[in-house]
Design a protein around this ligand. Structure first.
Ligand code: SF4
Length: 512
């Protein structure tokens, strides 16, 4: 970002010190404060004396510069819990009112801008986590995602949208960023262009797949399409009712064809105006690999002899000592970078076999099975909107599944959201849970809605079907029984669930 933009943000941080101070002293209520703090990337937690700061990083790129900032924040005692999020950001939790603006300012020096991290703003731009190194990808969309992120930050003060806008770029082989159902989803094609879906999304009022708006978008023209989507949203979005304000509701008010026409008219108008072309980036100099390594967490890159090492802290909660440990490990490794994936996994990329070996040793404390790679939002113990504590629920499930000896693969990765806001994207999980309550003898009890059969694989995106409401206390027994039943047949979850749906549904029915 340019120096003028940064200087304005510094002034905003100065003003924000007064705002957060007023909230801390009880002079501002929660709702009023939320409306002001979201635009700076911070929210108060359930305990109003504690705060969260969301660190944006386009495409989840945790560069060495950014990792150093994170390690320094921990060393200075400025971070409590560190949460990897499904939007490829990193959230620092449990901060005091004094720490939040300090961290905002310090983060800026490491190219991390919390501005627009919440509220009705364009949010962190997402990108396939292994873009640029993944075998079989159509092309790496990273430069276009970064150009989009810079552009959106540059205009965020001049636009006033009805609600937030989420944009994702996929490399064509990994759609964990959910281009099929984002506000804007750019999917790389083998011919070097993007196909584009618009006005998709998840959430309390029901999910919607995006409308296929353009089948061949030239990468250098992505900003025209993004600006046109903002124009369309501002012209046709709902400013009256927040529950109906996200872009997907324009599918209802305009109809899919009407929405597509309005959008493409705006694209044509922005193109006629010009000035938003993105220059193709220079290709980075390739690093040479050497040696080979075979390990379930060492993923061969498309560059021969180089590896990405996968590390998934349970529930996406990064141990506080990990940023410092990883920085010391990688700071002098040529080309090394970390990517935050939407399933709360970290990928340490561009490592030779010997470097990967050391990275594996430093990250052995993470998930060991597919089930342990499950996704959980921060949950109601921290989040003021939450209904159920997703983190403690997932912990209890991991402990129960380990104790029962359910083998790897017999249960899928699950997604747990603490409320209908769907922050874990539970609708797209093979098994998804949404926090709520269930009436038992007219008394509300802690429970989760269970969804089955969702998918985010490219070309197979679908939402799961509601399978029932399960008491929170019954979840460990249910998951364990399902996993042991698949294991008893010697099948993976996907095989067993497809081949024996009546067996699966009979087990669920006992608890639902
Ligand atoms: S799903 Fe609900 S509880 Fe979880 S982080 Fe989102 S808003 Fe909070």
């Amino acid at each position: 970002m340019d120096s003028q933009w940064k200087s304005t943000f510094r002034e905003e941080i100065e003003d924000f010190k007064d705002t957060i101070g007023a909230f801390d002293r009880g002079e501002l209520d929660r709702k009023a404060y939320k409306g002001m703090s979201g635009g700076m990337g911070s929210y108060a937690q359930r305990d109003p004396a504690r705060h969260m700061l969301r660190l944006r990083m386009a495409g989840g790129r945790l560069t060495m510069e950014r990792l150093k900032f994170l390690a320094g924040a921990v060393e200075r005692g400025q971070a409590g819990r560190i949460k990897l999020t499904t939007c490829q950001t990193i959230q620092l939790h449990d901060l005091s009112a004094d720490q939040v603006p300090q961290l905002m300012e310090q983060a800026m020096d490491s190219a991390i801008y919390s501005k627009g991290g919440g509220g009705d703003n364009p949010r962190n731009v997402m990108c396939s986590p292994l873009a640029g190194v993944q075998p079989g990808e159509c092309f790496a969309p990273t430069p276009w995602a970064e150009a989009a992120a810079d552009y959106l930050l540059s205009i965020c003060r001049e636009i006033h949208m009805p609600r937030k806008l989420k944009i994702a770029f996929s490399n064509g082989v990994d759609d964990s960023v959910h281009t099929a159902f984002r506000d804007m989803g750019f999917l790389a094609r083998p011919d070097g262009a993007f196909s584009l879906r618009i006005a998709g999304g998840l959430g309390a009022a029901g999910p919607a797949m995006g409308v296929l708006a353009a089948e061949r978008v030239e990468p250098r023209q992505v900003l025209y399409y993004i600006r046109a989507m903002i124009d369309t949203f501002c012209a046709h979005g709902n400013y009256e009712n927040r529950a109906k304000a996200r872009t997907r509701f324009m599918q209802e008010t305009l109809g899919p064809d009407g929405l597509k026409k309005a959008f493409l008219d705006n694209v044509a108008a922005r193109m006629a105006e010009g000035g938003l072309d993105v220059e193709p980036p220079a290709a980075p100099a390739p690093k040479s690999g050497d040696g080979w390594i075979v390990h379930p967490r060492a993923i061969p890159q498309k560059q021969p002899g180089l590896y990405a090492v996968k590390y998934h802290p349970i529930g996406g909660l990064l141990p506080p000592d990990k940023p410092g440990q990883l920085y010391r490990l990688l700071q002098n490794v040529e080309g090394a970078e970390i990517r935050v994936a939407p399933d709360e996994t970290l990928y340490l990329i561009n490592l030779t076999a010997a470097e990967a070996d050391r990275a594996l040793a430093a990250t052995g404390d993470g998930a060991c099975t597919e089930f342990e790679h499950s996704v959980a939002c921060i949950g109601a113990a921290v989040c003021q909107q939450g209904v159920r504590d997703s983190q403690s629920t997932l912990r209890a499930l991991v402990d129960a599944v380990r104790a029962a000896g359910v083998p790897d693969g017999a249960l899928p990765r699950i997604c747990v959201s603490g409320c209908p806001s769907s922050c874990s994207a539970h609708q797209a999980g093979a098994i998804g849970f949404q926090g709520g309550v269930k009436l038992v003898d007219q008394t509300p009890q802690p429970a989760f809605r269970m969804y089955l059969g969702g998918s985010d694989r490219p070309g197979e995106a679908r939402f799961g079907q509601l399978a029932g409401a399960i008491l929170e206390a019954d979840l460990p027994a249910l998951l364990t029984e399902l996993g042991l039943a698949a294991a008893a047949r010697g099948e993976s979850w996907a095989q067993w669930s497809a081949a024996h749906p009546e067996e699966r549904d009979a087990i669920i029915a006992k608890y639902a």
